[in-house]
Design a protein around this ligand. Structure first.
Ligand code: HEM
Length: 322
């Protein structure tokens, strides 16, 4: 009897600790729109299915859009705001200009969601669901996305320039950029596995293929063919981040990185004699472990500083505040 009381007490204490640890994130729930917009998930899914069928890379582009949203002011759809006379958005920040894509896909899904459930679903939540569906449509895992985010009325180009990690970052800089968002080094490596899909521009990998020594020589030579050493005409030429399977969400990225086929300097930093080598090697051996940790880390990233309750608004048009 005494031990039953003790274990009940322990369970109650653990539940309280859990709620405290989750803090604001505990307010998001996958059931948030079940009553107010029951068709939401199927609208997002079919919008993403059409976009990915037309261009498989779009699954990758929308996933990146979500990352660039969450790392700047939290997952509040700040990245979707256009520049206007009264607002400087994030679309022209260094990491985003001529690079982020997929805004039209979110616009089109949003207008279908507005037709079904006017004024109910935030752009931030649509982006979170669309990113999950993009991953799954490219043969990656799926998961229940916690929902209930609201949209910001502001954006920060300065924060986009300073909070998003650069492809020239060292492992230590990557670990610290993620730590400042509450993500640990395992989350960093798991999320970097997103580079198993999509492409990068020559401007992003030039320095890697001309200056790095920890790169497969044949691979570097091949990439140099489409990327001239000086900035200019070839800046926008694209190469797949995972040449093994560019539109398949698998662990090919990690198998590349352990063999010195990482396309970005920052990719190769995840296997360069530093503190995260062990996790990178584990994911290269075990795709299921990566898929599991990727889901955990995506949910954590999706919990970065959401606006909830009466903060922010439900935008009518994802490109501008109401
Ligand atoms: C770890 C730090 C990261 C750095 C330094 C980084 C940097 C980059 C760069 C430079 C590109 C190519 C952009 C271009 O050349 O236009 C890129 C593409 C991409 N990134 Fe990252 N990234 C990081 C983490 C992430 C995370 C956490 C995700 C998502 C969870 C992500 C998803 C993607 C995707 C899917 C693409 C391809 C997009 C497309 O094809 O449109 N990245 N990233």
């Amino acid at each position: 009897m005494a031990s039953a009381v003790m274990s009940l007490r322990r369970a109650a204490a653990a539940a309280v600790a859990c709620v405290l640890a989750l803090g604001a994130a505990a307010q998001l729930t996958p059931m948030f729109y079940d009553g107010s917009c029951p068709s939401l998930q199927s609208i997002v899914r079919s919008g993403m299915a059409a976009a990915v069928q037309q261009e498989p890379r779009m699954g990758a582009s929308i996933l990146r859009l979500f990352f660039h949203d969450c790392f700047v002011q939290g997952c509040d759809a700040s990245v979707l705001l256009d520049d206007s006379p009264t607002l400087t958005g994030e679309k022209n920040a260094g990491p985003n200009a001529n690079s982020l894509r997929g805004y039209e896909v979110i616009d089109s899904i949003k207008s279908q969601v507005e037709a079904a459930c006017p004024g109910v679903v935030s752009c931030a939540d649509i982006l979170a669901l669309a990113a999950r569906d993009g991953v799954n449509l490219l043969s990656g895992p799926t998961w229940a996305v916690p929902l209930g985010r609201r949209d910001t009325r502001t954006a920060s180009q300065a924060a986009a320039n300073s909070n998003l990690p650069s492809p020239s970052s060292s492992a230590a800089a990557l670990v610290s950029a993620f730590a400042s968002k509450g993500l640990d080094s395992r989350d960093l490596v798991a999320l970097s596995g997103a580079h198993t899909v999509g492409s990068a521009r020559c401007a992003s990998f030039r320095s890697r293929v001309y200056n790095d020594s920890n790169i497969n020589a044949g691979f570097a030579a091949k990439r140099r063919q489409i990327c001239q050493p000086q900035a200019g005409a070839t800046d926008g030429n694209l190469a797949p981040l995972d040449a093994l399977s560019p539109v398949r969400f698998d662990n090919g990225y990690f198998r590349n990185v352990v063999s010195q086929f990482g396309l970005l300097h920052s990719d190769q930093e995840l296997f360069g004699g530093g503190q995260v080598d062990g996790v990178t090697a584990q994911y290269a051996r075990n795709g299921a472990a990566h898929a599991r940790d990727f889901v955990t880390a995506m949910i954590k990233m999706g919990n970065i500083s959401p606006l909830t309750g009466s903060s922010g608004e439900i935008r009518a048009n994802c490109r501008k505040p109401n």
